[in-house]
Structure formats: C-alpha cells, structure tokens
Design a protein around this ligand. Structure first.
Ligand code: ATP
Ligand code: MG
Length: 749
C-alpha cells in the first residue's frame, strides 16, 4: 500500500502528508490560519510515536495556551490510544519548564518549594519596590522593561546596555528596580513567569543530560516565541533531536511580550537544510469570511505573503454593525446569537458561539447582558477568576501555608479579615523585617511569642488578633497540609484543607460583613474555587503524576505534595494566555483575542471595533493590532459579526470612530444580521460537520415572525430594516429561558 493509505495520513492533503511523514531533521510549516497547521503538528506527533517508534516521554510538544495544550492532548490521545499521550512532555513553555525545574531545580540551587508569581503578583512587587525606593518610574512600564530584559534571552550585560523607552535618566532607576524586584522574589522564594524560562535555560545548559532522552521537539504558534523560548527549543533539542515548528507570521500578536518574529528567519538560518512546507488550503472558514479577513491583513504591505485559498463555498457575508452604545451592542449580540441558534434548529448551541474582545475591560456589558438573558458563559484568558478578591485572599492564605516566608502573600492577608493593622504598619513591619534580614513571618511570630522584636508599634489587641487569627490559623493549616501529601489517595486532603481554611476564617460571615450587596455571588465563587481544587485532584489521579521520564544517572526530586502543585497550577492557569474551562457544557465563550489564538468557532462576534479599542490606544504597533483583528476574524467558521458603538457609553457623548482597519472595506460587510436561508444553513451544517436538520427542525419551532422571507438581512438594506432589527423587539418576542447563574461570573459592581 502507498504511504498515502497510512491511517495517520488519511484525510490529509499532500502538503500536510509530506510534513507529517517528513524524515528531515528540521521541518518548518509556515501557513495561514485554518490551513491545518495544528492538525498537521498533532498528526506528526502520532507519526513519530507510532511510525518512527519514539517513546512518548521522549517527545516535547510546546504551545502557547493551556486550552490549546489540552485540545492537542485530546486529539493526540484519540489517535494514539492507550493513554500514551499522557506521557508526552506537552504543555505551555511555562508548564514544561516548571516540570523540569521541580524535578531538577535543585541542581542549580533552586529550593524545592519554590512558588510562582503570576503577572499580578509581579506587578504588585514592582509597585511596592517603586514606592519604597521612591523611584519616579511608572510601575507597569518598569515591569514590562524587566520582563523584556529577562525574556529577550540576551546576556545580562547587553541587556543592561539596552536603553528603555523614554528618559535615559530612567535607565539607572529601572536597573535599581530590577535588582530590588529580583531580590524580593528570591526572598519570598518565588519565580515569575520569565524566571521559569530563564532558570530552565540555565538548567539545561549546565545539565544537558536532563534532556538526553529527547528525540523530537515540536512547537505550535512558533511566530510568538521570544528569544528565550527559542533558546529553550534549541536546548531541548541539543542532543540532535528533530525539530518541527509551525507558525504564521501574520498571526504574530505577542510582540508586547517580546515575541520575535525574527526567530523564524533565525531558525532557517541556523538550521540549514530545514524542510519548508506551506499549506495553502483553508479548511476553517467560509469563502466570504476568509476573503474579508485577507482584505484586512493585506493592508500591511510589508508582510510575508502566502497563498491561502478557501475550501468552503461563499457562505454568508460577515456583518459590520453600528449600534448606539455599548449597551445596545451587547443587546444586539445576545439577540443575534439567539436568532442564529434558533434558526439552526438544534444544529448550533451556545458553545458554538464566541465573543472575542480586544481587552478584558470590555466584557462588563456583555457579561451582564448575557447574565440577564440567562445565557451561561465561560471566560477565557485575561479575565482572571483567580483575581477576584475573595479567591485571591484564599489563595494567599494557601500560599502562606505552603511558604510562610512569602512576604508578599503574607502582607496581603495580614489585615484580611480586618485585624486593625493599617497599611503603614504593614509597610513598616516589612521594612523592619528586611533590615533584620528575616522574613515578615519570622518577625511576627517572634514578636507575638513574647520576644517583642518588632519596633513598629502594634497594640496589644492587634497583637492578640495576629496571634489568634493569623499565626494560629496558618500553623493549624500547616499541620493539616503536612498530612495531605499523598497524591494518590485522599482527595479530601486538599479540598479538606480549603474547607478548614474557610471555617477558621469564618469566611462566609466575613463576606457578608464586608460585601453586603454581593456576598452571595462571592460565596458562589468560593464554592467554585473548591470545585476547581476538587477537579485538580481528580485530574491528577487520572493522569498520574507529571514526573519526567527516568534518565540514567539522574535523580529527579519527585514532587508529591498536593498543595504546591495546586498552587503552581493556579499560577500558570492565570497566565494571560490561558483560561478556565467548562468542558462539555454548552456555554458561550467570552475570550480575549490573545487567548483565542489557534481556536475556532462556527459563530464569532467581535464587538468594539473602534479606534482606540482596536487599534488599541496604548499600542505602539499598528501592524500588530491589525494582525490581532485578523486573528480574531479568522477564528470564525460560518458567521462573523463585527460591531461598533456610535458613542462610548450611555452617559457620555464621546463618539466612537470605526476602526481604520475596516473603515475602508466597510462596504464589503453586511449591515445587519445575515439571511439564514437554506443555502447558508446547509453550508453551516457542512462546516460544523453535522447533517442539515430537516426544514421543519429549522423553521418549524420558530415564532411566526421568523419566516425565512421575513428574515433580517434579506431584501434592501434600508434604515427601516435596520431599525426593525433592534434588540428590544427581538428580545421581547423570544421567551427567555429561565435565568441561570453564569459560571464564574464576576460579582456585580
Ligand atoms: P491557526 O493558524 O488558526 O492556528 P491552523 O492552521 O492551526 O489554524 P487547524 O486548527 O489545524 O488550523 O485546522 C483548522 C480546521 O481545519 C480544523 O477544524 C481542522 O480539523 C480542519 N482541517 C485541517 N486539515 C484538514 C484536512 N486536510 N481536511 C479537512 N479538514 C481539515
Ligand atoms: Mg493552529
């Protein structure tokens, strides 16, 4: 039989087959969105394991979002069978590095129980450093600069020489800030996201044998790797492993995180004989969606041009809709979404719909409108469940239970619940502890145990509350935690620990007292947090542990404690690039565009397409902003909606100007909801790979106003038609399903 008949290659086109079965040492697949790059990459993993015979534990697969990693794992799992996919070293760069560091970090002097500072933590530390040292820096800028220094992968000296944007006088301050920030992390035994990469590079440089087993390294979304990730790729592959990268320069959207598009050309330069494969067929989107997306990206004259042809037929033209304000926009989205789902019979559900936002801040109206309509949704990327105050507090307690010397977390919970300790006192205590070269925890414990070490004034009453409410709670929990180390059994352990924490803090009472208006929602979030922990334990039991393959002569420390692993998991999951998941439930997805990379939905809404939003007011790179819009548009398979409010919000009359990226091609869009007639429905059915439901299923159950002829978007596009398509009218004529509480929704206000 010919190679083409091989089961792994079935259904692939020629170029894809060539890439999957290539025996070249380095393969680079450069192609546009929806051309099957990820599909090809996962097929290649299966090929390497099943056909070439590599052990799964000898294959590294890196991608950029937790969700993408999970989807890959599923896809590969279905093809490989036998649960072998779980052995792959597959995940985001950060999570792969964490695995190596917890196994071998001791070799480079990393303490075993290091914690992870997520973006928010890092920002907090930078802010405090700036304040304490009275630096004139803007903390976010300083944070970004520090991250750039680390992520560039460049040597420290050359990094120092690099000038920051703006005042040159600032350079000295930035360096001071950097040094102090790093000291703070070390003192609290924390690694930030960049450190995970930096330290892993150090490990693999000094101890190449850690990766002596690796046979193949595969990277998805390669266009968004930064300097240090490139370094990591090379280090993972240092024992003559094969490298496969897939990417699309047009979808490079992490320049702000130091992604270097130059890594592509660097790879081709450094790995001579790299086999380049281009994929030219787009299997994802309808022709009209693809064409309009291409019209957007083609405005960038300097781009690396590639061929991308639609496989599907024309389909319905995308919609560009102007609404009065953000409220009307959210209403319209909800109504249109309902109309589409209804018109489709049972073909489409809420889970087929995504709302993609340039920035998380835009989600407020959409969330509340969906909530009011009783439509359940999940939030992905950038909207951090773990950032909600009540969850953050619980997490901080758990962090201190794990690492009492984590000054950062401890200082945040010292006065939560209220113990009569003011900001100033906390600040003084931290400074005092630093001067005495001890941790805040040590200082507090000593002081409260009668040694009266602290010079900072603390009243007797406060002291008692610190002793009883804080130190005792932490110590009690540490005792419990010491008995929850068994990963295999006792799923009560971690969950029990959290229950106990909530009880000891009288947390429900605390929420009621401090948030009389929305304590119920906050309490529901706490319950959800407990679910997250329970899920984590269950997952761990199913997948086994995440230790690395055994390598002769190399002892890895095996991480058995549940709490630190849970905390690491949470820290990595609140990365801007990741999100939580409500698998298998028909939930509408609300996502940042960044987190939607690599994913696809039949129906996609992109609200707030105005100047200042996209392109974003604070972005310096217009081309990157355009690529972002391109990424967003190319997520859609069948129906694509862009919208823009005329005014920013109800209360203001600040007008919004349509994004310049679509202003010149606005005539190519429909102005209102598309006509969902039979041909369109057939195409949708074809693309979502389901059979077209019978005519009756589509139209039978609809209220009479939904006869196909009367459909919105049919006939002349008059003002009147547009007005008829207002949300209020549609909303009123559809019975809303009983209100459900949206998962993970933000507390009101
Ligand atoms: P992006 O750049 O957005 O990440 P991609 O190039 O990685 O896109 P995939 O997500 O792999 O594209 O594929 C897009 C869609 O096309 C998926 O639904 C996939 O199943 C489908 N697809 C890929 N290759 C084929 C093929 N040969 N035949 C049919 N469908 C395919
Ligand atoms: Mg992809």
């Amino acid at each position: 039989a010919s190679v083409a008949d091989h089961p792994i290659l079935k259904g692939l086109n020629n170029a894809q087959r060539r890439a999957v079965s290539s025996s070249s040492a380095t393969v680079a697949i450069l192609a546009g969105p929806g051309s099957g790059k990820t599909h090809t990459l996962t097929s290649r993993v299966v090929w390497l394991v099943d056909e070439v015979g590599y052990r799964p534990q000898d294959v590294v697969v890196a991608t950029f979002t937790v969700k993408a990693a999970r989807e890959m794992m599923d896809r590969i799992g279905r093809a490989l069978g036998g649960g072998r996919e779980k052995k792959l070293i597959l995940g985001t760069f950060h999570s792969i590095c964490r695995r190596y560091l917890s196994a071998y970090g001791g070799k480079i002097g990393l303490p075993k129980d290091f914690g992870i500072a997520d973006d928010k933590d890092s920002r907090g530390i930078v802010e405090r450093v700036c304040k304490r040292l009275k630096l004139t820096l803007d903390p976010p800028t300083a944070r970004a600069w520090i991250s750039k220094q680390k992520a560039g992968g460049s040597e420290k000296e050359s990094a120092r020489a690099k000038k920051p944007p703006g005042k040159s006088l600032g350079l000295q301050e930035l360096q001071t800030c950097y040094d102090e920030y790093q000291k703070q992390l070390e003192r609290s035994n924390l690694l930030d996201y960049d450190d995970l990469l930096v330290r892993c590079v150090e490990l693999l440089r000094k101890f190449p044998s850690c990766v002596s087993n690796i046979q193949s390294v595969l990277i998805d979304e390669y266009q968004d790797t930064n300097g240090i990730q490139y370094e990591l790729m090379k280090l993972f592959a240092q024992h003559r492993s094969r490298i496969t990268i897939v990417g699309d320069p047009d979808q490079s959207i992490y320049g702000w995180r130091s992604a270097e598009i130059g890594n592509l050309w660097r790879l081709l330069r450094e790995f001579k004989g790299t086999e380049e494969v281009s994929l030219e067929d787009n299997y994802r989107s309808s022709q009209s969606i693809l064409n309009l997306s291409l019209q957007v990206i083609q405005q960038d004259k300097d781009r690396y041009k590639k061929v991308l042809k639609p496989v599907h037929t024309r389909g319905s033209r995308p919609v560009l809709r102007k609404l009065k304000n953000a409220y009307a926009e959210a209403d319209w989205i909800v109504c249109e979404m309902r109309r589409v789902i209804m018109m489709s019979g049972n073909m489409l559900t809420h889970s087929d719909v995504a709302i993609l936002l340039r920035s998380a801040a835009l989600s407020r109206h959409i969330e509340s409108t969906l909530g009011k309509a009783g439509i359940a949704y999940k939030m992905v990327g950038g909207f951090k469940f773990y950032d909600r105050a009540e969850i953050k507090t619980l997490l901080d307690y758990l962090r201190v239970v794990h690492q009492p010397h984590n000054n950062d977390a401890l200082s945040r919970i010292m006065n939560v619940p209220k113990r009569g300790i003011g900001e100033g006192t906390i600040k003084n205590l931290i400074e005092e502890a630093e001067q005495a070269s001890m941790s805040l925890w040590t200082l507090l414990v000593k002081h409260c145990r009668g040694q009266r070490t602290a010079k900072t004034k603390i009243t007797k009453h406060t002291e008692q509350r610190i002793t009883g409410g804080l130190i005792r709670v932490i110590e009690d929990l540490r005792k419990i935690s010491a008995h929850t180390d068994d990963v295999s059994g006792d799923s009560d352990g971690l969950v029990g620990l959290i229950h106990q924490l909530i009880k000891l803090l009288d947390f429900e009472r605390f929420l009621k007292d401090t948030h009389p208006d929305d304590h119920e929602q906050r309490w529901a979030n706490v319950q959800e947090f407990i679910n997250v922990a329970a899920d984590f334990v269950r997952d761990l039991e199913q997948t086994g542990d995440d230790t690395l393959p055994e390598i002769q002569g190399l002892q890895q420390s095996v991480e058995t404690e549940l709490l630190p692993r849970f905390l690491a998991n949470v820290s990595l999951a609140s990365d801007v690039q990741t999100g939580e998941d409500g698998e298998n439930k028909p939930l509408v997805t609300i996502s940042t565009i960044h987190a939607a990379k690599g994913l696809e939905w039949p129906v996609v809404f992109i609200p707030a397409v105005y100047q200042g939003s996209i392109p974003h007011a604070r972005s310096e790179d217009q081309n990157e902003e355009r690529r972002l819009l391109y990424v967003a548009m190319t997520r859609a398979k069948c129906l694509l909606y862009l919208s823009c409010p005329t005014y920013r919000s109800n209360s203001s009359d600040e007008p919004c100007e349509l994004s310049s990226f679509v202003a010149t091609i606005s005539r190519s869009f429909l102005e209102k909801g598309p006509c969902l007639d039979r041909p369109v429905m057939e195409q949708i059915a074809q693309i979502v790979k389901r059979k077209l439901p019978s005519n009756e299923a589509i139209y039978g159950s609809l209220p009479s106003m939904y006869s196909p002829e009367d459909d919105f978007g049919c006939g002349p596009e008059s003002e009147q038609d547009n007005r008829r398509n207002t949300s209020r009218q549609i909303g009123a004529s559809i019975d809303a399903p009983p209100a459900k509480r949206p998962r993970l929704s933000a507390p009101a206000g």
